[in-house]
Ligand binder design. Structure first.
Ligand code: C2E
Ligand code: CA
Ligand code: CA
Length: 729
């Protein structure tokens, strides 16, 4: 049991309990004393009575002549009874005294036992209270857990006030050795510290079962002052192991105290309890500071690619504006937007999409210098901040990036290779803009311009400066498109589709172009995504169908127009809507155009969604005589499935393969096989994106039916005429 002056008894409730105990024991003691005194007194009285009776008996013997025998006998009988009563009384008195003593002793025992329990639970309560105070502090101070060492010091001071010890230490098993934090509760000499370190190393290495060669790093703190810590010749240590369930914190924790202070087991166990609390504090602080570290990381980084995120980009941009203003530097912002990234996700699945994003991040990292900032600011959007870089340098980086990405090969789940390209916008501070908002709006416009130029390219804002339309966001852009549609400023351009063998004009594809109020022409690639996103697809399609049929109608028969075919793109929304049937039919009737002159192009990715609906849609339109082409064939990874399920008259082989057949054996094989397959099942093939004579030659060898592309003919305002058509016009 602890003494009342004992260190752990210092707390207020323990003192009260001690006084209470003393009082109770005093009372019990005086009870015992009274009892013993009463016993003694009764004994004396008993003896006195006995000897008096003895005397009476003697006297009676001497008076036998003066009294008659009967009287004497009566008196002797009275004495006998009196003696018997006295003996009975004494016996009873003794019995009672014994039982009272037994009773009192057991009361004292019980009281002592109860006292111990009370004291124990008070200490426990005290510990629990401290423990919960400690925990509360952990929660309250979580923003400061980086400074857990200081935190531990504060707790040690409390601990030290209750139980004066000399040192406290924590050992952590780190990746390559041990990390020791030693807190000296008082002053120390170099010698003392050296000796302590030696002793601790031995203790730790043995305690943790580590090889003797383990490297140990020391961090030492002096906490309380006043006392001088002696050489630790016979120091005793109490250590507690950091819990096993947190293996990353594996280590030991302990206190050392001077051997002159002998501690009983109870005191030792109290110290252990306090150490257990400290384990928690140190452990939680370490875990928390690690978690906070991670949180901080993810607050600034994109988890997928490890690049910085939008938030960080904004912050750095702000910082860089300030810095460049002060030092009169230029810097550049590049906005990268992947071309047709949606297709990658739709066709190959999201894991493939993710691997593309990671690949782009890697390409970006390789392309920039130290000090530049690479961030992923949205789904498939990356922003780069190139410090101390002017326009020329920025364009060089943009070109380098475009090239590096074009050359990078990705592999889809089926094992096939594919490539991605990127459109890049460039702005320069302060030449193009000098605030965050203007820089970001400007780089957005430049990026859109790159898309308009046919994607896979870079564009600097100064090249489009005069067209600083109010195109700040895609929503604004959607508004511009809506107005353009209403004002009939979205018009069809026609791109020739030519017979691969004869070189004769076979048909033309209608592609949408927006004419800006300033008279500029913007290609569909720059706005078609916004059109689809904001539900303008059906209006666009109707407008295109109407205008294209009007053009076809207007082509003079003398120029070969009468029997000419026209390919018209349909949006995904139109396929859902279905009432296009009546609309197209009515227009054909009105203009006396045979439905079989009209071929609707459906993108492979749009055909995927609702196969049954699509089949019904196709068969109803076909019943009227219209024909269909499957556009961008080969870009999806289940292409053949659609070919088999849905009947198409034409297949347009994805330009992404066609344009590379001269340089890529894989793409060449792909185009050849697609073409062969279609031939065998009686579907005619169109190869798009024919950009060179070499490609055309190869396609003729392969046996593709029709060709289309910049090398054959650019999309143009007027419908090309069959008469007098030749290659390369
Ligand atoms: P698409 O149907 O695959 O159309 C071909 C696109 O490639 C057109 O871009 C065309 O200008 C471009 N192109 C043609 N030849 C070449 C070439 O040799 N090399 C390269 N690199 N590109 C070439 P555009 O007009 O920007 O259209 C982009 C996409 O927008 C089209 O892809 C189509 O899916 C959609 N689209 C275009 N016009 C319409 C339309 O009127 N209605 C609907 N719903 N979608 C349209
Ligand atoms: Ca098309
Ligand atoms: Ca296409």
């Amino acid at each position: 049991m602890l003494t009342e002056r004992g260190p752990v008894m210092g707390a207020e409730p323990v003192i009260n309990i001690g006084a209470l105990r003393r009082r109770v024991i005093d009372r019990l003691g005086s009870l015992l004393e009274t009892q013993v005194r009463a016993n003694g007194f009764a004994g004396v009285l008993g003896n006195m009575a006995q000897s008096t009776l003895g005397e009476i008996r003697q006297r009676l013997d001497g008076m036998s002549e003066q009294y008659d025998a009967a009287e004497l006998e009566e008196i002797a009988g009275l004495c006998e009874r009196l003696d018997g009563s006295r003996a009975l009384l004494l016996d009873e008195r003794n019995r009672q005294a014994n039982s009272n003593t037994r009773h009192l002793v057991s009361v004292i025992d019980e009281f002592n036992h109860m006292f111990e329990i009370m004291q124990h639970s008070l200490i426990e309560r005290d510990l629990l209270e401290r423990q919960s105070k400690v925990l509360e502090q952990i929660i309250l101070s979580h923003e400061r857990v980086g400074q857990w060492r200081e935190f531990v010091q504060a707790i040690l001071l409390d601990f030290h006030a209750i139980f004066p010890f000399d040192m406290f230490f924590v050992a952590f098993a780190e990746e390559n050795g041990l990390m020791m934090h030693v807190y000296y509760m008082g002053g120390s000499t170099d010698d003392a510290r050296r000796a302590i370190r030696e002793q601790l190393s031995r203790h730790m290495v043995e305690g943790l079962g580590l090889p003797a060669s383990t490297a140990i790093d020391y961090e030492e703190f002096h906490v309380a002052s006043g006392r001088q810590i002696q050489n630790p010749r016979n120091n005793q240590m109490i250590t507690v192991k950091v819990p096993e369930h947190a293996p990353q914190l594996a280590g030991l924790l302990g206190v050392t105290y001077l051997s002159s202070m002998s501690l009983n087991p109870r005191e030792q166990s109290v110290i252990r309890s306090i150490l257990a609390v400290l384990v928690m504090v140190v452990g939680s602080s370490k875990v928390l500071s690690r978690t906070l570290g991670e949180l901080e990381y993810y607050a600034a980084h994109d988890p997928l690619t490890g690049l910085y995120n939008r938030r960080q980009f904004q912050a750095m941009l702000e910082y860089e504006i300030g810095r460049s203003e002060r030092h009169q530097h230029e810097f550049a912002v590049l906005l990268l937007d992947l071309d047709d990234f949606k297709d990658v996700n739709d066709s190959y699945g999201h894991p493939a999409g993710d691997s593309v994003l990671c690949g782009v991040a890697e390409t970006v990292r390789e392309a920039i210098r130290k000090g530049d900032l690479a961030t992923r600011i949205g789904g498939d959007e990356f922003a780069l901040l190139l410090t101390e870089t002017g326009r020329e340098g920025a364009m060089r980086v943009a070109d380098k990036l475009g090239r590096a990405l074009r050359e990078r090969t990705f592999i889809e789940p089926g094992g096939k290779n594919f490539h991605v390209t990127v459109s890049i916008g460039v702005v320069v501070f302060p030449g193009d803009a000098s605030t965050i908002t203007d820089l970001m709006a400007g780089v957005d416009i430049a990026m859109y311009r790159a898309k308009e130029m046919g994607k896979d390219s870079a564009c600097s804002l100064d090249a489009v400066k005069d067209r600083l339309l109010a195109t700040r966001t895609t929503r604004d852009y959607a508004e511009i498109l809506r107005v353009a549609l209403n004002e009939r400023r979205i018009v069809p351009f026609f791109q020739p589709i030519v017979d691969c063998r004869s070189g004769e004009l076979f048909a033309c594809e209608t592609v949408a172009r927006m004419i800006t109020p300033e008279g500029e022409t913007i290609a569909a690639g720059a706005f078609i995504d916004t059109v689809e996103k904001y539900g303008l697809g059906r209006s666009l399609d109707r407008s295109m169908i109407e205008q294209a049929l009007n053009h076809l109608h207007a082509v003079p028969a003398a120029g070969g127009g009468a029997g000419q075919r026209i390919f018209i793109n349909l949006s995904a929304q139109e396929i859902q809507g279905r009432d296009i049937l009546g609309f197209a039919e009515a227009h054909c009737q009105k203009l006396q155009i045979r439905p079989d002159q009209v071929v609707f192009e459906i993108l492979e990715r749009d055909a995927i969604g609702d196969m049954t609906g699509m089949r019904r849609f196709l068969s109803r339109l076909r019943a009227k005589g219209f024909e269909f082409a499957l556009d961008d064939f080969g870009s999806g990874y289940n292409s053949f499935h659609y070919l088999r399920e849905l009947h198409f008259e034409y297949v347009k082989i994805d330009g992404a393969f066609v344009r590379n057949i001269a340089s890529s054996a894989v793409d060449r094989a792909l185009v050849r096989n697609l073409s062969k397959l279609c031939q065998e099942i009686g579907i005619r093939t169109v190869a798009e994106f024919v950009e060179s004579e070499e490609t055309l030659d190869l396609l003729q060898d392969i046996g593709v039916d029709y060709v289309q592309g910049f090398h054959i003919g650019m999309p143009q305002r007027d419908m090309p005429l069959a008469q007098g058509w030749g290659f390369g016009r």
